[in-house]
Write a protein that binds this ligand. Structure first.
Ligand SMILES: NC(=O)C1=CN([C@@H]2O[C@H](COP(=O)(O)OP(=O)(O)OC[C@H]3O[C@@H](n4cnc5c(N)ncnc54)[C@H](O)[C@@H]3O)[C@@H](O)[C@H]2O)C=CC1
Ligand SMILES: O=C(O)[C@@H]1CCC=N1
Length: 262
């Protein structure tokens, strides 16, 4: 596999694959700027004169146009092109890389490094054999989900950007507890451990999060008093809805910008 770009997200996926037992020798990275790659992985500064069965585009969307002429030659009819580029549509990618055998959009997040990422996937007319190949490839990174491309902006906001929103919530828990009297480092440790345990339980439990919240809250007790504030006027729900909407709208805007350059 050729990784074009090995920064935050490409690096996290590579770490996930290596952690899942794939050998470093399976991977070539082409990245003019990255300092180093894991042991066993081939690092090149320019694109080699070879073709690849799988090419992962892991550069910034804004860098696509400049990169196309150098990347295009590695594609052949056997190549499955995987693109992480937020706001760059299948049609745009197919127009830029007409020789690629198949194009699949992939939207993971940084938890791929630990095998705990949702991985949204979208492709047009991808053969069943290639779908199975992509599914197998994503398995070490987390939970693969094929979705229609019309929902990709929203899924980018939820699955791709989502960790940043959760980190803000963790920070808010820690900062609030600090304001109210806990030492800062202790507040942060407790906030992270609380979110970690709550997430693990939500994953393992047969109950929905709302039911788990109900089980935490004793009638007339402490949690209920806090939930009353959090739930008032649906303000958390409204804030999160606005957050996802704004992020998804930016993704749609980026798609329109990339389309204009076709
Ligand atoms: N960071 C995240 O959590 C997520 C990012 N993405 C997508 O992943 C892509 C990469 O994002 P990040 O990893 O955050 O960016 P980044 O800036 O950390 O990594 C990009 C890498 O590409 C390299 N690069 C730049 N031009 C290049 C070229 N012409 N050829 C080869 N390598 C080149 C840079 O040296 C850098 O190492 C973006 O398209 C983004 O939309 C998707 C989901 C989550
Ligand atoms: O912020 C971004 O544009 C990328 C896509 C999802 C996460 N990071």
């Amino acid at each position: 596999m050729l990784l074009v770009g090995c920064g935050n997200m490409g690096g996290a996926m590579l770490a996930g694959w290596l952690r899942g037992g794939m050998a470093g020798e399976n991977f070539t990275v082409v990245d003019p700027y990255v300092d180093a790659v894991p042991d066993g992985v081939r690092l090149l500064r320019t694109v080699p004169d070879e073709t690849f069965d799988v090419v992962l585009l892991a550069i910034k969307p804004q860098g696509l146009i400049d990169a196309v002429p150098t990347i295009e030659p590695v594609m052949g009819p056997q190549t499955v092109l995987l693109s992480l580029l937020a706001g760059v549509e299948l049609a745009t990618l197919a127009a830029r890389f007409p020789r690629a055998g198949a194009v699949v959009r992939v939207m993971p997040n940084l938890s791929a490094a630990l095998g705990k990422s949702p991985v949204a996937l979208a492709g047009d007319g991808v053969s069943a054999e290639r779908v199975a190949m992509v599914d197998a490839l994503m398995m070490p990174l987390g939970q693969g989900e094929w979705i229609g491309e019309d929902r990709f902006d929203l899924v980018t906001a939820l699955a791709g950007s989502g960790p940043a929103f959760v980190y803000r919530f963790i920070d808010a828990l820690g900062a609030a507890a600090t304001d109210l009297g806990l030492p800062e480092d202790q507040a942060r440790r407790l906030a992270i451990a609380t979110v970690d345990g709550a997430t693990a339980l939500a994953l393992a439990s047969e109950h929905a999060p709302a039911e788990l919240a109900r089980r935490v809250a004793s009638p007339g007790g402490v949690t209920e008093a806090g939930l009353r504030t959090l739930d008032a006027d649906d303000r958390l729900l409204k804030l999160v809805t606005d957050t996802l909407r704004d992020a998804a709208e930016r993704s749609a805007e980026m798609s329109a910008e990339a389309r204009k350059k076709d």
